[in-house]
Design a protein around this ligand. Structure first.
Ligand SMILES: *[C@@H]1O[C@H](CO)[C@@H](O)[C@H](O)[C@H]1NC(C)=O
Length: 337
């Protein structure tokens, strides 16, 4: 009983934050055959983990099918079906199908199990009961737990078209962040005075402390430039990543970029990607007060316990020393294995 109360309270807290900012809440009628989940139920999982998206029957019709679909707002074309099942068997479909199965914990259970979560799995999922007369559906939100990081080209500020930004995130073990992910990161402290692409093709920047160079006259919030020309306009990128299967470690030394790469290979590892360093900083609370080379040629270090002698910035974060001359011999190496 206590447990149920706590669960309900937690989901109504989530509901409050997401309901305030969500733009399209599907207006669904009260289901007859399915049990309506508590308002705005959100399931949370990290990359690589397994989640269960709940769907329970209230009444079992004689003949029925259950269909699970991933909703893709703005997507034109066939819907993204994951699974269709009847009382005896189920058949997986599409990109998500191979990682999906039905839980069938009891006769009324139509919950979907999704394994090996990937960065782009976040979003809304629909469980639909089809019995030919009255169809019912409930919608469940899956959130991938992760971290948003701003990313700039080695060539300087504002060099990425939308497509280049997408590619840059993927090269750093990430994906372009969604608006919801950027918004959450802003609430958790992301303050960044450079505009970057996000997944919907708009350009934004999150500000907590308004200051002269980034619109001091406006209140804190996510500033938007709106949709931009994906082929012509150039900005930075906001990437999103989540838990990694390997881990990041520091090798101390005074390396050039090339020597840093060799230092990692001696440890049977590779220079870490920016996303991997952010994931270690976020999930493992990795803290190391030494600049080290990363695979993209940048030098960074992760700080969870801000202190004067480590950059002097009062907030936790991954600090960047930009892209120094690769022959500079003063940094260590961040390796990933
Ligand atoms: C890096 O530094 C070396 C030695 O000072 C110099 O010869 C080289 O031109 C520099 N490279 C770049 C890209 O600035």
């Amino acid at each position: 009983m206590n447990c149920a109360v706590i669960l309900l309270l937690t989901s109504s807290c989530f509901c409050w934050t997401s309901a305030l900012y969500s733009t399209s809440r599907p207006a669904t009628k009260k289901p007859k055959y399915l049990i309506d989940p508590p308002a705005c139920t959100e399931v949370v999982g990290r990359r690589g983990s397994t989640v269960t998206l709940p769907c329970m029957l209230r009444i079992k019709p004689n003949q029925y099918k259950v269909k699970w679909t991933k909703l893709e707002p703005g997507h034109i074309g066939p819907e993204n079906i994951i699974m269709i099942s009847n009382a005896h068997a189920f058949k997986p479909y599409g990109r998500l199908g191979p990682r999906a199965s039905l839980r069938k914990a009891h006769a009324m259970d139509a919950s979907l199990i999704l394994r090996s979560l990937q960065l782009e799995d976040g979003g809304k999922y629909r469980c639909e009961l089809i019995n030919g007369i009255e169809d019912d559906n409930v919608v469940i939100t899956l959130r991938i737990e992760g971290v948003v990081f701003p990313y700039q080209s080695e060539d300087g500020r504002y060099r990425f078209t939308f497509h280049a930004a997408k590619e840059a995130c993927s090269q750093q073990d990430g994906t372009l962040a969604t608006y919801q992910q950027l918004h959450r990161a802003w609430m958790e402290g992301l303050d960044w005075c450079n505009a970057g692409w996000i997944r919907d093709g708009t350009v934004q920047y999150p500000i907590i402390n308004p200051r002269p160079v980034c619109g001091a006259e406006m209140s804190p919030g996510i500033r938007t430039y709106g949709p931009k020309d994906k082929d012509r306009d150039r900005f930075d990128a906001f990437c999103f990543t989540s838990q990694t299967s390997g881990s990041v470690f520091y090798v101390s030394g005074s390396f050039s970029f090339e020597q840093a790469g060799r230092a990692c290979r001696r440890q049977v590892a590779e220079l870490a990607l920016v996303g991997q360093l952010y994931a270690a900083w976020h999930f493992q609370k990795y803290d190391q007060c030494d600049g080290g080379w990363l695979k993209d040629g940048s030098v960074r270090f992760p700080i969870n316990n801000p202190r004067k002698r480590c950059g002097g910035i009062p907030e936790a974060g991954v600090r960047s020393l930009g892209f120094p001359n690769k022959t500079t011999h003063i940094y260590g190496a961040y390796c990933y294995r």
